[in-house]
Design a protein around this ligand. Sequence first.
Ligand code: MRU
Length: 357
Amino acid sequence: MRIEGKEYRTIWFENNIVKIIDQTKLPHQFVIKDLKTINDAINAIKVMEVRGAPLIGATAAYGLVLALIENNDQTFLKKSAEDLISSRPTAINLKWAIDRMMNKLSGVNSDQILEIALNEAKEICNEDEKFCENIGINGLKIIEEIYSKKKDTVNILTHCNAGWLATINWGTATSPIYHAHKKGIPVHVWADETRPRNQGANLTSYELNEEGIKNTIIADNTGGILMQRGEVDMCIVGTDRTLANGDVCNKVGTYLKALAAYDNNVPFYVALPSSTIDWDIKDAKDIPIEERNSEELSHVEGLDENNEIRKVLIYPNNSKAKNLAFDITPAKYVTGLITERGIVNASSVGLKELFKK
Ligand code: MRU
């Protein structure tokens, strides 16, 4: 998608260096950062220079390429894979991408391994882009249906950033929106600010602006009253891990939005590529929920009067804060899952229909 009119993907490989858009600097600065070592890749995931489930997976895949460039040795590769897996615990795409890479690379001859690794990392990215495009084509049908009845702007609420910045291109939740916009359907997005890291304000609103899509940032607690007033036609969110029974793990606050949507008969859709389905965990209580530094709550970052980025404390100095990064939305509150293969009920029957193993 575009930034200042120029087409970008979120990650690419050039002269043995992995290039990323440093998302900790957005929206105030657009910085392309070089990842040169496996530790650079691990750090980029940990500090969220890259974030969003599919992009975390792609970065991990390229991280293994960097590991091989550094030290073409199976023991080092295995250790790098383990370190990458523990860099962020919740998004299943991370493990999915590492498993896929290691299946290709384990035991491969050292003179062929780098080429195989690079091809596989590129394939993971190309596939994600295609899947996200298909999610858009499938989700577009829902927006078209609402528009055909309403004949006026379709108002869509989203939480966090499941936009193109969270994937390789298109996004998951935003892909149907981009497709609707390209078709000339008037859409307007309510972007939840998404405290504490403000991905909705800093990233979703930013990328929609760059594509010329109308949007309004709201505080995370505003969705309920907007739904009661009939100002939300549908919700679309992304996910970090969706279980085979349809339970959805996503950015903290998603659950409360789903409850409000349920109470107000607002359709609540979750958009995901198949790489985000966890076929193994049976009970949502077993999903590892990341707990991040409480400083993300107690401090905020922004531009000061000299256009410099500054971080300031907003809480009482000695207050405690708890920063759980994700929550679980039970399948019963999800109207449907928008995948690259089609739209299904959030249930084991629905998912099995599309993804027969
Ligand atoms: O903590 P983040 O910014 O990585 O969380 C991102 C989300 O919760 C997204 O909704 C999810 O990863 C899906 S991205 C297509």
